[in-house]
Design a protein around this ligand. Structure first.
Ligand SMILES: Nc1nc2c(ncn2[C@@H]2O[C@H](COP(=O)(O)OP(=O)(O)OP(=O)(O)O)[C@@H](O)[C@H]2O)c(=O)[nH]1
Ligand SMILES: [Mg+2]
Length: 218
């Protein structure tokens, strides 16, 4: 009987390629961040602000993951940053092989920061590493303060929780301290940044974290 190698599971195969990507980022000194949230939390809005505000400080690129359309890649490319769109055609997360393929469309020389905007989903993206240095999870005040408790893995493995849309706090029943406490219980080191991509409140704290994370990569 012919023996054939069997990859034990999909995650094992994904982790192998993610490891290669992490090595590539280490070699090229690129900080890679995997940005995750439910659909419509404001991931692309945060990237639009970050890319525009820090364009003189860092050379940045974005890999966008969506089921369909290149809407988000067009939005971030309008800031002048390099952008590639992956369409997963129904897939609920990005995997490391898709990101590896997308890298062929980016110039990695002198790149400081690579953002991967994952498919909007609070579940599956948490399972699939893409070689990132940090996972950044966004939660919004319209989603309810119990979401870290209900979707624990995402918050457990993220370095940062961005709490977006704080401009809407007067209109919703969202307890910021409760959300923060739930997230910190899952991950005592998680950094929490309440922000509004609409009013720009809190964005400077996020930028400061980004500068430190970038400096640590050099
Ligand atoms: N009020 C308010 N609206 C916001 C804020 N940030 C984003 N939005 C709005 O939220 C909606 C979704 O924003 P996107 O940036 O497309 O969200 P996303 O997470 O990239 O969405 P997907 O990629 O589809 O998952 C848009 O209408 C934004 O204008 C904010 O801080 N406050
Ligand atoms: Mg988006």
């Amino acid at each position: 009987m012919v023996e054939v190698p069997v990859v034990r599971n999909i995650l094992e195969a994904n982790d192998k390629v993610a490891g290669e990507l992490a090595e590539l980022y280490a070699e090229k000194k690129i900080l890679c961040l995997n940005l995750m949230s439910s659909p419509g939390s404001g991931k692309t809005s945060l990237l639009e602000k970050t890319l525009a505000d820090l364009k003189d400080e860092f050379n940045m690129a974005v890999i966008e993951g969506d089921l369909q359309t290149d809407n988000d890649a067009k939005r971030v490319a309008a800031t002048g940053a390099q952008a590639v769109q992956i369409n997963t055609e129904g897939g609920c997360h990005l995997n490391s092989s898709q990101v590896k393929e997308a890298l062929n469309h980016l110039n990695l020389e002198n790149l400081d920061i690579l953002f991967v905007e994952n498919v909007g989903n609070l579940v599956c993206p948490a399972e699939f590493a893409v070689g990132e240095d940090h996972k950044v999870t966004m939660l919004t005040v319209t989603e309810g303060d119990d979401k870290p408790e209900k979707y624990p893995l995402m918050f457990h493995i993220s370095s940062v929780m961005i709490l977006n849309k704080v401009d809407l706090l007067p209109y919703v029943d969202f307890d910021l301290d409760k959300a923060r406490a739930h997230a910190s219980k899952l991950n005592k080191d998680i950094e929490v940044f309440p922000v509004s991509c609409r009013t720009r409140e809190g964005l400077d704290d996020w930028y400061e974290w980004l500068r430190k994370a970038r400096a640590a990569k050099k």
